[in-house]
Design a protein around this ligand. Structure first.
Ligand code: ARG
Length: 493
């Protein structure tokens, strides 16, 4: 039996829309962040309408003025949301109508919230990418400065987390900085693909007031809302000049296909992937620093500003900043995977599923902004313990150098590797350090050993061998610093 509300499926539905559904459907709690770009997009669109003859100059001025007022209210925190404001687009248009009257209704001519929302999001993300890019460059610059100042500090390099070879501390810093420059470059690439105008590629199905019937609009010239107008996905039939919109909003290009323009979120997925990869890099750097900061390593010490104490054990200083950087990676990956799930298998064009994109973008943007700033703070205030780093170097880490010594004397590398291995074994059996073996003992392994083998046991000499570009010799570290500085200059230009 039908309930009082006239619905067949129960008396709980008292209004036209279930209040729970209304809340479920609404995005205003988070898409209000788009208020400024929404006004910006609408101002450009009203100029487009005026040029197309769909608004008079006076009407356009009225709308522009009203939109400025809307923006002012948002900026001053006086904008009052109505319970019916489903999203930022409805809220702004509702307020515009209150301010300027019926003319406000003309603003949406030939526009749909579907192209409006994606335009807003692109405008917001474009600006945000610039902000994040500046923060990332600041972090890289801090790392490069530190690498330059501390390039004479040597410490153990690890592979498989086992002591491998002596390296410059700067070489370690730069290894992470280089990874971040790829992120920085990648972000600019993503920004390029964000910077494309979708506005004007679609017009509203339900509010179409067609003044120029033609092939793009399936019906004859109707002037009342026409739900069947083929323009719902077909494009804009009202002669709106998209090139004008592009120039107004300073986009680099315009989208090529109206169906694709409103439904694709590749640029969001790319942004979330960018963030995921950048977080991968930062989490690895954080992990190294957490290890280097333990008593067992004691290579570095986090400043108090970026660590906390234990509520139980007074002696403890915990690297919370680095642990949080490491852990935030999980949250960012989750958002990236989540969006891809949402996009997978969606039917063509706009579906409400796409509303889910914004929370991911806002959350990841906030996370990245915080992470990048904290990482910069950690790196710039970190203390290093040079003596401990130096003390951690041991002669066995020079076994490869011993092999290179024989290579320089003409021995093929495979044989040299074996000979050096024999020396390591001999030292271990005798219970002495590798550099404690006498020349005579070494000569029992190969006659190519002579007095100059002593040079091998010098860590400074060891790192200086790695002069080839990209290595840990001072000249190569200087070259890396120069390269990174040039890259930063180019990216910030
Ligand atoms: N709030 C919506 C979103 O974020 C705006 C677009 C709604 N479009 C529609 N046809 N209902 O995606």
């Amino acid at each position: 039996m039908a309930s009082e509300s006239g619905k067949l499926w129960g008396g709980r539905f008292v209004g036209s829309v279930d209040p729970i559904m209304e809340k479920f459907n609404s995005s205003i709690t988070y898409d209000r962040h788009l208020w400024e770009v929404d006004v910006q997009g609408s101002k450009a669109y009203s100029r487009g309408l005026e040029k197309a003859g769909l608004l008079t100059k006076a009407e356009m001025d009225q709308i522009l003025h009203g939109l400025d007022k809307v923006a002012e209210e948002w900026a001053q925190g006086t904008f009052k949301l109505n319970p019916n404001d489903e999203d930022i687009h409805t809220a702004n248009e509702r307020r515009l109508k209150e301010l300027i009257g019926e003319t406000a209704g003309k603003l949406h001519t030939g526009r749909s919230r579907n192209d409006q929302v994606v335009t807003d999001l692109r405008l917001w993300m474009r600006q945000n990418c610039s902000t994040l890019s500046a923060l990332l460059c600041e972090l890289i610059r801090t790392m490069v400065d530190r690498a330059e100042a501390e390039r004479d500090v040597l410490f153990p390099g690890y592979t498989h987390l086992q002591r491998a070879q002596p390296i410059r501390w700067s070489h370690w810093i730069l290894s992470h900085a280089v990874a971040l420059t790829r992120d920085s470059e990648r972000l600019l690439e993503v920004r390029k693909r964000i910077n494309v105008l979708p506005l004007g590629s679609q017009h509203s199905a339900c509010m179409c007031v067609c003044v120029r019937p033609g092939p793009a609009c399936g019906s004859a010239g109707h002037s009342v809302p026409h739900p069947l107008c083929s323009g719902a996905i077909a494009g804009n039939p009202l002669g709106v000049d998209r090139e004008l919109l592009r120039a107004e909003l300073d986009f680099e290009a315009i989208t090529l296909n109206s169906m694709d323009a409103t439904s694709e979120r590749d640029f969001v997925a790319e942004f979330l992937f960018w963030a995921s990869l950048c977080m991968t890099h930062l989490s690895r750097m954080a992990e190294d620093l957490i290890l280097y900061g333990t008593k067992e390593f004691s290579f570095v010490q986090l400043s108090d500003a970026y660590s906390t104490g234990s509520s139980l054990m007074p002696q403890k200083k915990n690297p919370d900043s680095l642990e949080l950087i490491r852990s935030k990676a999980g949250r960012v990956f989750g958002r990236c995977a989540g969006l891809l799930m949402t996009l997978k298998g969606l039917p063509s064009t706009y579906n409400k599923d796409l509303q889910e994109d914004k929370e991911a973008v806002f959350e990841v943007s906030d996370t990245m902004s915080a992470v990048l700033q904290v990482a910069t703070g950690v790196i710039s205030t970190l203390q290093i313990h040079r003596e401990n780093m130096g003390r951690a170097l041991s002669p066995d880490m020079l076994a490869t150098d011993l092999a290179y010594y024989l290579v320089r004397k003409g021995m093929p590398f495979r044989q040299a590797h074996e000979a050096s291995g024999k020396a390591v074994f001999m030292a271990e059996t005798k219970g002495v350090a590798l550099n404690q073996l006498s020349l005579q003992e070494l000569q029992t392994i190969s006659p190519l050993f002579s007095g100059d083998v002593n040079h091998v046991w010098d860590y400074g000499h060891s790192v200086e061998q790695y002069e080839a570009l990209g290595g840990t010799a001072r000249s190569s570290v200087d070259w890396q610093i120069g390269q990174l500085r040039a890259l930063l200059r180019a990216q910030q230009a």
